[in-house]
Design a protein around this ligand. Structure first.
Ligand code: AMP
Ligand code: MG
Length: 359
């Protein structure tokens, strides 16, 4: 199948293109489109055959449910069995925006969309292209991230094309996304609302609006027998081709530890990648050094992470050492993704008299 890529300027959206994409969705076809978090791969959420095409195109396990995107509050009422009062408060505070809420579904939502679950994940995106597509199509749009399963989420249309070229008919190219990591997921079917996936909207931001919120124990447990509640979080999402390790500790100790590790690898003829920041990139001696941005700007770090991981996959390095990014606000969301990509390999660097050591 030929994949058509249409460029859109979000300040002046070409309506003819949106109409074409909306018509494809209504016919049960797939359309990739930008949202403020990452690119989504959309299908009519209420049509089982359309939802099935998403799993096929991505190679996604069929028990991993999709997020249903809506443009109006009434659309949530249309598909939810019951709407907890927290949903209304959170929608008021954060929609349209990067927050996904889980509620009990009614019979209008097919099990194909929810991966067999009796609950449904719902989000109202704020990206103007996503909203235009929702409004024009009149569909509720089921859309997971528009990557092939096992690859980093796409933050640019080029990434979607890399993974899904000739597997989907339409990609709407709205440029690089603003946030760069997937939405926060909060489960409102629990007694105490539970964060199933950390994101740009933090636990504290949710608590300011609805009071106590808990973190899914499966996300923090060291014990791998405690499974995360969001089916998608149990898969080892994405592993880079190279062996990725995170080096944590005080700044100077991390820099000298990464340089020592790099040298040891290079002596064995290994090619080494380093993930640093604008403040540190010039201080490393690896074969490919990429900066996540300034450490002062955690939004920039979140936005660049997936693109950088893709660049390393292209580059053919054997090992990657990354600084740690437990930044104040969205650090938890950034580290959740980076730790998964690293298979939780974290080295602690400590300064000693001669330089640094891994402890
Ligand atoms: P993606 O759209 O690729 O970010 O994936 C959607 C994420 O939402 C996956 O981690 C899913 O497991 C999760 N999700 C979707 N629906 C539900 C649900 N009903 N209950 C729990 N997690 C869900
Ligand atoms: Mg995904």
């Amino acid at each position: 199948m030929e994949t058509k890529i249409y460029k859109l300027d979000h300040h002046a959206i070409d309506h003819e293109i949106i109409e074409k994409a909306a018509a494809a969705l209504r016919k049960g076809e797939l359309v990739a489109f930008p949202t403020e978090t990452v690119y989504g791969l959309g299908a009519d959420a209420l049509c089982p055959a359309a939802a099935n095409k998403i799993y096929a195109a991505k190679g996604r396990p069929s028990d991993n449910p999709l997020i249903v995107h809506i443009a109006r509050w009434q659309d949530l009422l249309y598909i939810a069995k019951d709407v907890p009062e927290e949903a209304e408060k959170l929608a008021e505070a954060f929609w349209p925006g990067p927050l996904t809420m889980i509620v009990n579904k009614n019979e209008k939502v097919p099990y194909e969309t929810t991966g067999g679950m009796d609950t449904v994940a719902v989000r109202m995106p704020s990206h103007p292209v996503a909203l235009a597509l929702l409004q024009e199509s009149g569909c509720l749009i089921a859309a997971p991230s528009a990557n092939a399963s096992g690859r980093p989420s796409p933050t640019m249309a080029e990434h979607v094309a890399e993974d899904l070229n000739e597997r989907i008919p339409i990609i709407l190219d709205g440029g690089e996304v603003g946030i760069g990591i997937e939405s926060t997921i909060v489960d409102l079917t629990e007694e105490v609302p539970m964060i199933l996936r950390p994101g740009y909207i933090t636990g504290e931001m949710l608590e300011d609006v609805i009071g106590e919120v808990q973190m899914d124990p499966g996300l923090i447990a060291e014990d791998s027998a405690v499974k995360p509640k969001a089916p998608g979080m149990k898969y080892r999402h994405y592993a880079p081709k190279a062996d990725l390790k995170i080096v944590d500790g005080a700044k100077d100790a991390v820099i000298s530890a990464i340089n020592a590790l790099t040298k040891a690898q290079q002596e064995q003829n290994k090619r080494v990648g380093v993930i640093g920041t604008d403040e540190t990139a010039a201080l490393y001696g690896g074969d490919l050094i990429l900066s996540m941005g300034s450490r002062e700007d955690e939004d920039e770090i979140a936005r660049h992470m997936y693109r950088i991981l893709r660049e390393f996959d292209e580059s053919g390095v054997d090992v990657i050492y990354s600084e740690s990014f437990a930044t104040p606000r969205i650090g938890q969301a950034i580290m959740n993704r980076l730790l998964k990509a690293a298979g939780h390999q974290v080295l602690m660097a400590q300064q000693n008299n001669g330089g640094s050591e891994i402890v």
